[in-house]
Design a protein around this ligand. Structure first.
Ligand SMILES: Nc1ncnc2c1ncn2[C@@H]1O[C@H](COP(=O)(O)OP(=O)(O)O)[C@@H](O)[C@H]1O
Ligand SMILES: [Mg+2]
Length: 262
């Protein structure tokens, strides 16, 4: 079963697409199946963030359809989408003095009626999510006082308590040291929720993603398993880098080694 299905999507920043030299997403076809971890890769400015925004009903397509669980996102309410899609963005929200527990509890909001307080079940979910991201005991710390990596994990915990059908992550490992990069991606995989994530580190994408889509100048230029997609030719043509590609010695996925001049 397909969770997310994007068909023949076109989008441009100005909303009309009549400036031809300007950036546009064009002819985008992309699927995320239930439980699948799909990576979106591409150079800076290739359109990853723009496409993710189309997938969570922020950027409205000029053409084409974005479906979640067979429903056109733009025929559903924002609340319907918020009950099903959790988003972890590069920028952190302004937390206005909220503590960690309060920020995570915001993930329950789409499932509650106006003025409904937190229940014991909500509090248990928040505690479990903080445990999952390695921040048990941080409940009453001010969100603003945390390090970038800790904030990133709090936002992941907020996404977890939302119980989404689809998880969207925009460069989720950027603020994290190697240990937490690996832990975050492990945690996301273990959830078994359909996930679409933009990932800069191509070795991490190779290690964790079931499938990859490659964006270049607003178009998808390749898709498939990491083994199918991450070839020396693609790395040269799309990213402009020289690399050796072989197999990871301890795992069943490609390993990229950059060839640098110094
Ligand atoms: N709202 C916007 N207004 C103007 N330009 C935008 C807007 N959103 C994205 N762009 C432009 O679209 C291009 C793709 O950006 P983005 O989707 O952020 O790429 P990536 O995430 O792959 O780095 C960039 O040239 C960016 O400047
Ligand atoms: Mg981006």
């Amino acid at each position: 079963m397909t969770t997310l299905s994007i068909s023949d999507l076109h989008w441009s920043p100005l909303g009309h697409g009549h400036c031809h030299h300007q950036f546009q997403l064009r002819e985008i076809n992309l699927q995320v199946r239930a439980g699948e971890f799909v990576g979106l890769i591409g150079p800076n400015g290739s359109g990853k963030t723009s496409l993710l925004r189309c997938a969570y009903r922020f950027n409205k397509p000029e053409r084409g359809v974005v479906r979640l669980d067979e429903q056109d996102l733009w025929r559903q309410s924002p609340r319907w989408c918020a009950q099903r899609i959790a988003v972890v963005l590069q920028e952190f929200p302004d937390a206005f003095g909220l503590n960690v527990e309060e920020v995570v509890a915001m993930g329950r909001t789409p499932h509650k009626s106006l003025f409904e307080g937190d229940t014991d079940e909500d509090r248990q979910r928040v505690a479990a999510a903080l445990q999952t991201v390695g921040l048990a005991g941080f409940d009453d710390h001010a969100f603003a006082s945390l390090s970038g990596g800790e904030k990133q994990r709090v936002i992941l915990a907020r996404a977890l308590v939302q119980q989404p059908h689809l998880l969207i992550l925009d460069e989720p490992t950027n603020h994290l040291d190697p240990r937490y990069q690996l832990e975050l991606l492990h945690q996301v995989r273990r959830l078994g929720v359909g996930t679409l994530a933009s990932i800069h580190d191509l070795n991490l994408a190779a290690a964790f993603c079931d499938r990859l889509y490659v964006l270049d100048h607003g178009r998808i230029v390749a898709s498939g398993t990491p083994t199918e997609v991450l070839t020396t030719d693609l790395l040269h043509d799309v990213f402009g880098v020289q690399a050796l590609v072989d197999r990871h010695p301890l795992a069943d996925h490609p390993r990229l080694t950059w060839i640098t001049q110094r």
